[in-house]
Design a protein around this ligand. Sequence first.
Ligand code: CA
Length: 250
Amino acid sequence: MLSLEIPQVSSEAELTPKNRLLLVEDEDLIRDMIVVALEEEGYEVHTAIDGRSALNFLQSPNVTNGESAPDLIILDLMLPEINGLDICRLLRYQGNITPILVISAKASETDRVLGLEVGADDYLTKPFSMRELIARCRALLRRQRYSNLSPTPVQKFREISLFPQECRVIVRGEEVNLSPKEFRLLELFMSYPRRVWSREQLIEQVWGPDFLGDTKTVDVHIRWLREKVEKDPSQPEYLITVRGFGYRFG
Ligand code: CA
């Protein structure tokens, strides 16, 4: 069980705008304790008692338009309806980058790793103290605040989310490492889905007009990019060869 520890007012009780948190927890007692502790810290807390209602809330218009979107999600893993890992996976798949703190009684390393792999930002094993929970929340919110200094529009196409300002790409819920050229190629393709590009046009856009190399460079980069984003690089679904012309995306 959780230890009932009332968090002390620390030096970190800084003046921050009221953060909105979503707590997804099916056990009434734990949920109530967390709500009390978080509200005492000045957070606004919305609760969901199972996976389905959490997703319904997150997909409601007020949340998707940003008006009442949570700044942080505290997510239990063992939930009725839809479990926490699936929620995590789904949100990341949809390009939702809200920080997620997983709270779970599953303490094995596999569970932790799995939680983090499907896109959770932090993992706290039950039982935990309220003080620790609040410290973790603060850390995640602080990180989020810094990364929010500039708006981060996201380009999404099916399973691929590209964050231009962060130079980050998420494919099927996992971050992939792209070289700068690969990133610029993918960004260009995603900006113009289905448009056919000749190799010369791609060279001009991505490498610049002064590029002296061969247009085969494009083919090599496309091949590398396919290996990173396609489920089966030999049967590409995104970076399509248009015979006699060049390439298109989607
Ligand atoms: Ca549970």
